[in-house]
Design a protein around this ligand. Structure first.
Ligand SMILES: NC(=O)c1ccc[n+]([C@@H]2O[C@H](COP(=O)([O-])OP(=O)(O)OC[C@H]3O[C@@H](n4cnc5c(N)ncnc54)[C@H](OP(=O)(O)O)[C@@H]3O)[C@@H](O)[C@H]2O)c1
Length: 236
């Protein structure tokens, strides 16, 4: 790996599920990781794994102050991301909308929508100043079609699609905002809605072997697209 190919990747929700698996693949590939999550122990584990390649902070992405402090410190250390993956997310316990407690509804929207906006607001200015970079927001099939019992999650992921589409029209030429559907993968989030049946789905580790090159391959030509990781699988 040389300076030309090594990327700096900012990743929210790097502690568990898809984010953790992606983090491991990116470190294996020799890339620099600007990571966050809420679990200090799991972030320390990542730091032990990646050594100097990892800059990690405990951040609740619902808090603008915490996200801003994380991004400001990273950028001041020269870690202006080439790629931002706004991955951290939350789903509601399955229930019809009228049975979802108000606090749970607000929490899903806060993590999935305000969290993505906070992440963009924190990193985009430094990337725009440099004139390059990709901002990817994790969407979902449930950001493109709706199903019962996940109305708060659907609302939040449809919002991510809208937020990313608008952002793509604001960024200067040479940059990109992309909404990414990861597919259906066996994580804690999937088990929250599918229970044990989630075990029939792909593991995060297997997914990340396809997803890491997918994310690293995004560029200016992808600006404004709503795409899925599976759409670019190697057909061979
Ligand atoms: N798994 C799937 O099949 C699937 C399908 C479609 C879309 N997605 C999307 O993919 C992304 C990752 O999902 P996943 O399945 O990996 O979920 P997961 O296993 O539940 O992991 C969620 C991650 O988000 C972090 N997080 C949650 N709330 C946070 C907060 N307030 N501040 C900072 N970090 C927070 C968690 O870290 P801490 O616990 O340390 O805070 C964790 O690392 C999500 O955006 C999800 O909507 C997943």
């Amino acid at each position: 790996m040389n300076d030309e190919t090594q990327r700096t990747v900012a990743l929210t929700g790097a502690t568990r599920g898809l984010g953790r698996a992606l983090a491991e693949r990116l470190l294996e590939g020799g890339h620099r990781l600007v990571a966050c999550g809420r679990s200090e122990a799991l972030l320390q584990e990542l730091e032990r794994l990646g050594g100097d390649q990892v800059f990690a902070r405990v951040v609740d992405i619902r808090s603008w102050g915490e996200v801003d402090a994380w991004a400001t410190e990273a950028c001041s250390r020269g870690l202006v991301p080439d790629l931002v993956i706004a991955n951290a997310g939350k789903i509601n316990d399955p229930a019809p909308l009228w049975e979802v407690p108000a606090a749970e509804f607000d929490a899903v929207l806060a993590v999935n929508v305000s969290g993505v906006a906070n992440t963009v607001r924190a990193f985009a200015p430094s990337m725009i100043k440099r004139g390059s970079g990709v901002l990817a927001g994790l969407s979902s099939g449930w950001g493109r079609f709706a199903s019962p019992d996940v109305a708060p999650y659907c609302a939040s992921k449809f919002a991510v699609e809208g937020l990313i589409s608008a952002l793509s029209q604001e960024l200067p030429e040479g940059m990109a905002a992309v909404a990414v559907g990861p597919g259906v993968i066996d994580t804690g989030m999937l088990r929250q809605v599918r229970g044990e049946a989630a075990g029939d789905c792909e593991t995060p580790a297997a997914w990340s072997r396809r997803a890491a090159p997918f994310f690293l391959g995004l560029g200016a030509a992808d600006n404004g697209t709503s795409i899925s990781v599976s759409a670019r699988e190697d057909p061979s």
